[in-house]
Design a binder for this molecule. Structure first.
Ligand code: 2RA
Length: 322
């Protein structure tokens, strides 16, 4: 089997290359693809090395499965080429997520949505953690969800991480420039992730529309505020759910506890973004508060935005596809 990784030099590509040798695709031949600037670079792979090739229209000859972890425009251009060449494709960009007929997959939550699709979309990293955390409560009928996110810098990519360190050094040195632009994220909380359209930032729109598609909810019943926080890896979300059916504390805890993709902390233990990195293949949930009279549940969930929130989710989609 031949597997292509487009965006092999990015943060998500790097994690995917770390996961592939331990996956069902351990024996596959890997084609590492990136922009012309990175062509010829050597990347560590399974104790050896891979040489990066330039991503071109001819990159997908004899490729069985292609993972894309590149930007929207590049995905729009190259995903059709990969499909035409006969590959199955898992795309991490925003290009196809809401397209009708393209399943938006969170394995463990909506596996049945895949069917025999040749192209599947990998949701936004914030959506994946959130959906894992609230999906077990769908059995009680989710009437409304209010979510506040606390998103790590690595969600915005390698350049954002470098920028964060540079700004942090400036801020610690007392240089005012670190605080001079709206984009500065060092040592502060910025509730503005991605472009503002109307009264909603794009990140909030993604969380609303993607979660609605995956869980079959009405998107108008999902309210989100997304913030960037000075954390390197580990997206967090505080969610308040209004449920339709009668609930008890025990029934809610049982439902969450039955999910194989959740690590539910006992009462009194607090999930932090560090737990996300410790349990990279699960979403860690805690601070569970159930109000049976009001039929509401509050919870706090943390997820490694590069592993379960991105590369691992993509890999699991690929494993379902082949
Ligand atoms: C972020 N979820 O954290 C977005 C995109 N990966 O920036």
């Amino acid at each position: 089997m031949r597997i292509a990784v487009a965006g092999a030099t990015g943060l998500v590509g790097e994690v995917l290359l770390g996961l592939l040798p331990q996956s069902r695709f351990a024996d596959a031949e890997i084609v590492a693809l990136a922009s012309a600037d990175s062509a010829g670079r050597c990347l560590p792979y399974a104790g050896g090395e891979l040489t990066v090739s330039e991503l071109t229209v001819d990159s997908f000859k004899d490729v069985d499965l292609a993972f894309f972890a590149i930007g929207d425009e590049l995905s729009q251009r190259f995903v059709p080429q990969a499909l035409d060449a006969g590959a199955r494709v898992v795309d991490k960009s925003n290009a196809f997520r809401l397209k009708e007929g393209v399943p938006l997959m969170v394995p463990g939550v909506n596996d049945e949505a895949l069917g025999d699709a040749k192209l599947a979309a990998n949701p936004n990293c914030t959506t994946i953690g959130f959906v894992h955390a609230i999906a077990p409560l769908a059995r009680f009928g989710i009437e409304e969800v209010v979510a506040a996110t606390y998103q790590a810098i690595s969600g915005a990519g390698r350049d954002a991480v470098s920028g964060f360190w540079a700004q942090t050094k400036q801020a610690l040195a007392g240089e005012p420039d670190a605080y001079s632009t709206a984009a500065a994220e060092a040592l502060r909380v910025v509730p503005a992730v991605d472009e503002l359209i109307g009264d909603e930032h794009k990140e909030e729109t993604k969380l609303r529309l993607e979660s609605a598609k995956i869980l079959g909810l009405e998107d108008k019943r999902i309210f989100a505020t997304a913030a960037r926080v000075p954390v390197l890896t580990g997206h967090s979300v505080a969610a308040h759910l209004k449920l339709h059916d009668e609930i008890s504390e025990e029934a809610v805890r049982d439902a969450l506890g039955e999910s194989p993709t959740l690590q539910v902390l006992p009462t009194g233990e607090t999930p932090t973004s560090a737990d996300a990195v410790k349990h990279r293949d699960r979403v860690v949930v805690g601070r569970i508060r159930v109000r049976p009279q009001q039929r509401t549940v509050d919870l706090f969930a943390v997820a490694d935005n590069l592993h379960i929130g991105a590369a691992l989710n993509g890999l699991r989609i690929g494993e379902l596809m082949i």
